[in-house]
Design a protein around this ligand. Structure first.
Ligand code: DAH
Length: 313
C-alpha cells in the first residue's frame, strides 16, 4: 500500500514536469490541479505510515517474567515469602493424604469466630483470643477454626454418600498481642477437619506422625497432653520431639498445635447429627513449624520486610 502510494507520487511529479511545455495561460490551473492531487497522496502516505508503525509495535506482555540480565543496575528478582513456601509444603502433604483445601476470610464475624465453635456468649475463653474488631463489628480471624462451620456445611453431603469430610484450611490470622520474639500480631495457621462415622483420636495421631516425618524429613516422636478448647471434647495439645538435628538438646518437646474430638455442638451447628458422626480437628501455627525447621529464634523476622533475612531463603 505504502509502496504504491510512493509510486503514484513519483508519477505525479513526472507529470508535473510537463508544466514547462504548456502555454502560460494554462499553467496556473494545471499547477492548482496537480497540487490538489499531490496533497491527497501525501495525506494517504502519512496515514499509511502511521498505521504500519502501530502494526510493527510488539505487544507489551505485562505478565512476562523479568529479564534475568536486565540492564537496570538495581534489578532484583522478587521471590516467594518463606512462610508462603512453608504453607504450600504443609498443604501439599495434607493434599497427598486426600484432604481438600479451603481458604479463610481476612474479615470474619462473631458467629464463625465464636458462636459456631461452642463459645457461649460471655464465655471466658473468648478473651483468650485477643481479637481485633472493626468499628462495624467484623473480626479479623484470630484462628483458622473460623472455617470449621463453613467446611462442615460445604462438605456434609459427603457423609450422605458414605465419604468422610476431610478439609484443611491454611490462612493468615490476627491477634491483638504484645509482639516479642515468639509472638506476632499477624501469623499463619493451618486447620484440619475430619468427620466420618468412626473417626478416632488414633486416626489423628496417625495423620500427625505421617505429617511431621514428611515435613521434617525424619521420624519424630510426638505426644499429647490435656488441653482445653470449647470446640473439642476431649481437647489436647500436641507436642513434637525437638531433636538435636533441629536445634534441640535431645530431651526437649515443642508444643505445636491444639486438637481434639469435635464437640457435638459444633457438629450440630453445621446440621450434622453427632449421634451418627464423629470428627476430629486440629490447628496450629505455621510460623513455629518453620522456625524449628530453620533454627530461627525470632518470629518477628517474618513480618519485618528485611530483605537480608528474606534473601536467605
Ligand atoms: N484454634 C485453636 C487456636 O488457635 C487451635 C485449635 C485447637 C484448633 C483445637 C482446632 C482444635 O481445630 O480442634 O488456639
Amino acid at each position: 500500500m505504502l509502496e504504491e502510494l510512493k509510486k503514484e507520487l513519483k508519477a505525479l511529479n513526472a507529470e508535473y514536469a510537463k508544466i514547462k511545455t504548456l502555454p502560460p495561460e494554462e499553467r496556473k490551473n494545471f499547477g492548482v490541479e496537480m497540487n490538489k492531487k499531490k496533497q491527497a497522496i501525501l495525506k494517504k502516505i502519512e496515514e499509511a505510515e502511521a498505521a504500519s508503525e502501530s502494526d510493527n509495535l510488539e505487544p507489551l506482555d505485562l505478565s512476562a517474567p523479568a529479564a534475568p540480565n536486565s540492564p537496570i543496575p538495581t534489578f532484583k528478582k522478587g521471590s516467594k515469602h518463606p512462610l508462603m513456601t512453608e504453607l504450600d509444603r504443609v498443604v501439599d502433604i495434607y493434599q497427598s493424604m486426600g484432604f481438600a483445601v479451603l481458604e479463610p476470610r481476612q474479615l470474619d464475624d462473631e458467629f464463625h469466630m465464636f458462636d459456631s465453635l461452642n463459645f457461649h456468649k460471655g464465655h471466658p475463653a473468648r478473651d483468650g483470643y485477643d481479637t481485633f474488631r472493626t468499628k462495624e463489628g467484623f473480626i479479623p480471624p484470630a484462628h483458622t477454626s473460623t472455617m470449621q462451620n463453613r467446611a462442615l456445611v460445604k462438605y456434609k453431603e459427603n457423609l450422605e454418600k458414605g465419604l468422610p469430610i476431610a478439609v484443611v484450611v491454611p490462612g493468615r490470622v490476627f491477634r491483638n498481642e504484645d509482639v516479642d520474639a515468639t509472638h506476632e500480631h499477624t501469623f499463619y495457621q493451618c486447620e484440619g477437619i475430619y468427620v466420618s462415622k468412626d473417626a478416632t483420636m488414633g486416626n489423628l495421631l496417625g495423620i500427625f506422625k505421617h505429617f511431621f516425618s514428611t515435613y521434617y524429613g525424619q521420624d519424630l516422636r510426638i505426644k499429647t497432653q490435656p488441653g482445653y478448647f470449647p470446640f473439642t471434647e476431649p481437647s489436647f495439645e500436641l507436642l513434637i520431639e525437638k531433636p538435636k538435628s533441629l536445634g534441640g538438646k535431645g530431651d526437649g518437646w515443642l508444643e505445636l498445635l491444639g486438637c481434639g474430638m469435635i464437640h457435638p455442638n459444633v457438629l450440630k451447628a453445621a446440621g450434622i447429627n453427632p449421634d451418627e458422626y464423629k470428627g476430629f480437628a486440629w490447628g496450629g501455627g505455621i510460623d513455629r513449624l518453620a522456625m524449628m525447621k530453620y533454627g530461627l529464634t525470632d518470629v518477628r523476622h517474618f513480618e519485618s520486610g528485611n530483605l537480608k533475612f528474606l534473601e536467605e531463603f
